[in-house]
Ligand binder design. Structure first.
Ligand SMILES: [Zn+2]
Length: 426
């Protein structure tokens, strides 16, 4: 897609429409309460949580996209001035509350931006996301995949979250006289905390801003800000350190639990302070995705600290399964800042590339039928030209067909093969 039309999780570029996958800080860098560049599209949960992160944001810029629904957009080509139409479908990313992937389809081809995602074989949400994606693709493959490559390395292999959640419960239950602190982010890992709460019939302490988020997410009875009500506290990552644990243990016996797929090592910040920091993969979790809870994946790397490989990102095997499903022609990793991030093509190039072209073009006829059934059920039409963005409810499929016929006219040659134009309903 040509520049100047859409941006996903990028806020410094000049575009006509901006998409946000989820509210983690590494995806909102550059976004502020003073935003006025143009419409910002996101899921309903992200929109609901938005004011907690950006209190004075002008909410008239937010446009909510329902997960599992497809929308049609019309923008203006910055180079030709012609109207360009395309479809976007939101797919559950099973990462943190509100996180979605975006599937874009138009004359430019088929582009999938995963944002951060977890692709567990057994998770109900991941299965839902999978069926949404398969339905939206309708047998087509992805031309360009922007991939969450956080763990795109065979070294990163960890079990499903439900297994790790049970391990965390076992750790807490085996320390009945201890206080427990668990490191979490400002969003995410809610399911882990809820699992602990239910399994041990205990409330979980969170800090006041986090309690507000929990209430917005609909969790009213599980979390508290009163330390006297519980011995389990979820604390922000930045306050979780060996120093903190050592200080707490001078008052009460306390253990710390660090849920993360990343390898963590002791990293001296200065002579007096030792924090937990992301390291090169010297210390690695050794579990396999299929591993049972009997074969422990736990590590106690400090007297008071356990690390558990509970992650909201896909492990390598899950990424591989995902790539096999969407068969992209090309992949680009969206994570480049981490010292552990790696170009997805390094390990996965054999699963994508020009070998997919022939199969893809021959499937176009078959897949259009699937597309049409998807549209009848799910399509809502969004009209957006330049900074003007309007969602038109209840527009019928006929209007959409007229719009799409213009797309067909604009279609010419792609990778040397002419795309067969639609006939009939247009
Ligand atoms: Zn994230």
């Amino acid at each position: 897609m040509e520049k100047g039309m859409i941006s996903v999780d990028k806020w410094s570029e000049e575009s006509q429409v901006y998409f946000l996958t989820h509210l983690h800080s590494d995806h909102t860098k550059g976004l502020s309460s003073k935003w006025s560049k143009g419409p910002l599209l996101c899921s309903s949960i992200t929109a609901k949580l938005f004011p907690t992160k950006f209190p004075d944001f002008d909410l008239s810029f937010l446009q909510v996209l329902d997960i599992g629904s497809s929308y049609s957009l019309s923008l203006v080509s910055p180079t030709t001035g012609l109207e360009i139409s395309f479809q976007v479908t939101t797919i559950d990313a099973d990462h943190c509350p509100g996180a979605v992937m975006y599937l874009f389809r138009g004359e430019f081809g088929c582009i999938l931006y995963t944002g951060d995602f977890r692709w567990e074989a057994t998770s109900e949400k991941a299965l839902l996301g999978k069926s949404m994606l398969i339905k939206a693709l309708g047998g087509d493959k992805i031309d360009f995949l922007y991939l969450d490559n956080t763990y795109c390395n065979p070294s990163y292999s960890f079990p499903p979250r439900e297994v790790t959640a049970r391990q965390v419960v076992n750790i807490i239950a085996s320390h009945p006289q201890h206080d427990v602190i668990i490191a979490i982010n400002t969003l995410g890992k809610e399911d882990l905390l809820i699992h602990i709460s239910r399994a041990l019939s205990i409330k979980i302490w969170v800090w006041p801003e986090r309690l507000q988020t929990m209430h917005l997410l609909g969790f009213h009875d599980i979390f508290t800000t009163k330390t006297s009500l519980t011995r389990v506290r979820a604390v922000p990552f930045y306050s979780f350190s060996i120093n903190t644990l050592e200080e707490l243990n001078t008052m009460r016996p306390t253990i710390g639990i660090m849920p993360s797929g990343l390898p963590w090592l002791v990293r001296p910040v200065d002579e007096r302070d030792y924090s937990l920091g992301l390291s090169l993969p010297i210390f690695q979790h050794t579990t396999k995705c299929q591993e049972t809870e009997e074969s422990s994946s736990l590590r106690k790397f400090h007297q008071y600290i356990y690390t558990v490989p509970y992650s909201d990102h896909s492990c390598f095997d899950e990424i591989k399964e995902f790539i096999k499903l969407v068969c992209p022609l090309s992949i680009k990793g969206i994570v480049s800042s981490s010292s552990c991030s790696i170009d997805p093509l390094y390990y996965l190039s054999h699963l994508c590339g020009p070998n997919q072209v022939i199969e893809q073009t021959t499937k176009k006829f078959r897949t259009r039928k699937v597309d049409e059934s998807l549209e009848e059920k799910h399509v809502k039409v969004v009209k957006s030209i330049a900074v003007e963005f309007k969602k038109e409810k209840n527009m019928n499929v006929g209007c959409l067909s007229v719009r799409r016929s213009r797309v067909s006219v604009l279609r010419r040659f792609r990778r040397g093969a002419k795309i067969v134009e639609r006939s009939g309903v247009d």
